[in-house]
Design a protein around this ligand. Structure first.
Ligand code: ADP
Ligand code: MG
Length: 698
């Protein structure tokens, strides 16, 4: 049956439209003012909203409500309470007080706090975020909330995002005012997150302990057919996948997610879903929801959706490109090159702020996408390297160098165009971005940050981006507000900034080895792993930037660093233990079993007399050699995995994981994978790469 998209779209969301219909005008306007940060929520308004929300949710089948939040675990958290309330005489009513809407006490002592909260004062609280929308799912009303410690310190991913939205709004408005815009009231970061994922059959997934525990394979020889033929990218979508995508779209539409684009990606079994961009906060909530629904719908279809960054070695990993721009409440995209000299100069100033911010806080951008999983993807010649650089495109590169040199800009086909900030020509920007290797590319009217990993909560990269740009804009505004001659100061500022920060602009192939050398010469950071990047989080430069913009305090930053390091160490340690289990219980028996089989066959032949035995003998020699190597390497991994528990502190543990455990695992894997290619298939209990990557057949 055909889906009537306009009818079902957002039907499970307590959206602006629903609020307008269900709240009296005064209450609705009060909510709008709260949303815009113009006033705080009064008890009377909250009471009315809570009631309307409850009645609406019950009509949608809800019996419970939950404060929905995004702790530092990376996934969302929820605890459901019924609306049920006894009124005596064995009767109950459905009740939802405004207090339950606005604030939740949460004994979340098992959620990570990085030392901000000790278990004896475990209380944290969740606070309603009116800038996002409540929705009904699985019989519960979900209320998006921020999660803080009792003292108000951020314990989640959303709080810094909300604070950064304030910062970018405040500082952008200062700049707009300088350019004579007195009507814009709000500037919002807009985000569209393209989500990549793998879809495999549940039957193969269930036989792989590594996929179950770690979301990625720890063993597996290369398949004889990978993505060499480029026959998957944009290829015809198989029926099972297409059925899945249809179901997924429909569920997302009901929840108000603007799911728009879907296609096969480069690797076999890899796909992408992209929504239409929306405000950063909503995009973050919706991406978290999307990842969850992707997994649930897959389960219903007998499939498993893998979101980890590098599920298969030597096969392209999954990212989540974040498209980012700044939009005024009047609909002006501040990253859109303008048509008049003034709007063009304004565009150039915002562009320059991004360039400066990315150069000065490249470490923070790297940190914002750092995770054990993403380390395997970055720098694998399929994803941007760990070096942060900006791609602007030929046209803009030309304009910027002309400005820097104070020379006229020669646009080839149309002859000379005079460039001076006070009288800029329209900048023709080629919005087709021909460089797909850049980690941070300007794509006509937005930036695309391509380093983000597929499983990551986008709140982190977005709040970092918002804050660094806000901070640069703030510095620019300080200077320009004092200027005697605005135009000449502006011109000077842009010129100076470009000169000082152009090292971060790079148009070549970011995947190449030459770029690594060149980047080093330019003094750009190459923080290859999470463990290299995280210690820079609380450097003086970063702490003062986050404090200046009131986004994170020093103690919040330290707590975040600790949580991320701990998380990294735990993940790698679990991977090491899983690798040991698979080796001992599945690979070793397969090797011994196969050796025995070949040996028995050889003996049978020998007993027979004159049959040739070269095949068996050579195979046995090869297996003997490989298996003894494997046995030695496995011993090392075993011993080192025990050593993990003797390490103290998150940094020491993480360094040990990176320098010892990951290396040991790699060594064991290399031999195991080599053996996999010569051992009879029936002797191996788990599905191989081919079985997995081509598990969805029709
Ligand atoms: P591509 O694969 O070429 O990068 P897609 O169409 O897959 O392009 O994704 C582009 C993403 O960028 C979409 O999510 C889209 O909504 C988003 N986007 C488009 N314009 C803007 C903008 N001004 N600000 C933020 N995101 C945007
Ligand atoms: Mg993209």
């Amino acid at each position: 049956m055909a889906v009537r998209v306009p009818e079902i779209f957002g039907e499970m969301v307590f959206s602006d439209k629903v609020m307008k219909e269900r709240l009296d005008k005064e209450t609705y306007l009060a909510v709008c003012r709260v949303r815009d940060g113009k006033e705080t929520l009064s008890a009377a308004t909250a009471e009315k909203v809570a009631n309307a929300m409850k009645d609406w949710a019950i009509e949608k089948g809800a019996t419970h409500f939950t404060h929905w939040f995004q702790p530092m675990t990376g996934i969302t958290a929820e605890k459901h309470d019924g609306f049920i309330s006894p009124v005596g005489g064995d009767r109950v009513i459905m009740d939802f007080s405004f207090k339950s809407l606005v604030k939740g006490e949460s004994d979340a002592s098992s959620l990570p706090s990085g030392g901000l909260r000790s278990t004896f004062e475990a209380r944290g609280y969740t606070a309603w975020d009116p800038t996002s929308y409540a929705f009904v799912k699985d019989g519960s009303l979900y209320i998006p909330t921020a999660f803080c410690s009792y003292g108000g310190e951020a314990l989640d991913k959303k709080t810094p995002l909300l604070r950064s939205s304030d910062a970018i709004n405040r500082e952008s408005l200062r700049i707009l005012k300088l350019f004579g815009n007195k009507t814009a009231k709000k500037v919002t970061a807009m985000v569209g997150a393209e989500q990549e994922y793998f879809l495999i059959d549940k039957s193969v997934y269930e036989k792989r302990l590594d996929l179950i525990h770690c979301g990625r394979t720890l063993f597996g020889a290369r398949p004889s057919k990978g993505q060499e033929l480029d026959d998957h990218y944009y290829g015809a979508i198989k029926t099972a996948v297409s059925d899945y995508m249809k179901d997924l779209d429909e569920e997302l539409w009901r929840l108000g997610v603007l799911a728009k684009t879907k296609h096969n990606e480069a690797a076999p079994a890899q796909h992408e879903l992209a929504p239409i961009f929306t405000s950063a906060n909503l995009a973050t909530d919706q991406n978290q929801l999307t990842m969850e629904i992707m997994q649930n719908v897959a389960n219903r279809h007998g499939l498993v959706c893998l979101l980890s960054e590098k599920p298969f070695e030597k096969v392209n990993g999954s990212g989540k490109h974040i498209n980012w721009s700044l939009m005024t409440d009047e609909g002006e995209n501040l990253l859109e090159p303008g048509k008049t000299p003034t709007t063009n100069a304004q565009f150039l100033l915002f562009l320059t702020a991004v360039i400066k911010g990315v150069d000065e806080y490249a470490d923070m951008l790297r940190i914002s996408v750092a995770s054990a999983g993403n380390d395997h993807r970055l720098g694998e010649k399929e994803a941007p390297p760990a070096i942060i650089s900006i791609y602007l495109g030929e046209e803009l590169d030309g304009v910027l160098s002309a400005i820097e040199e104070g020379a006229p800009y020669n646009k080839k086909e149309k002859g000379d165009l005079k460039v001076g900030v006070s009288a800029l020509p329209p900048i023709p920007v080629d919005s087709t971005d021909r460089n797909r290797t850049s980690p941070f590319a300007f794509t006509g009217n937005k930036f695309e940050f391509r380093m983000v990993g597929s499983s990551s909560n986008i709140a982190c990269p977005v709040f970092v981006l918002n804050t660094i740009v806000a901070d640069e804009l703030s510095g620019f505004a300080d200077r320009l507000e004092k200027a005697k001659d605005f135009n000449s100061e502006l011109s000077l500022l842009i010129k100076e900034t470009l000169k000082n920060h152009k090292r971060v602009i790079y148009s070549g192939n970011s995947y190449s080895d030459e770029w690594k050398k060149e980047a080093k010469k330019r003094g750009l950071l190459n923080l290859e792993t999470t463990v290299d990047a995280l210690p820079l989080y609380d450097s003086e430069k970063n702490v003062s930037m986050f404090e200046r913009q009131k986004v994170l305090s020093k103690s919040e930053i330290i707590s975040r660093k600790e949580i991320l390091l701990e998380n990294y160490a735990n993940i790698v340690h679990i991977e090491a233990l899983t690798a040991i289990d698979i080796a001992n219980r599945e690979i070793t028996p397969a090797v011994i079993g196969y050796q025995n089989f070949v040996l028995t066959e050889l003996e049978k032949k020998k007993a027979h007399g004159d049959l040739p035995t070269r095949l068996e003998e050579e195979l046995l020699k090869k297996l003997a050699c490989l298996s003894s190597d494997y046995s030695k390497k496995l011993d090392v991994l075993n011993k080192d995995a025990e050593g993990f528990n003797r390490k103290i502190g998150n940094l020491e543990k993480s360094v040990y994981c990176k320098e010892v455990l990951l290396k040991d695992m790699k060594e064991v894997r290399a031999v195991a994978d080599e053996m996999e290619l010569i051992i009879g298939k029936t002797f191996i209990t788990f599905p191989n790469y081919e079985d997995i990557l081509y598990s969805v057949k029709y």
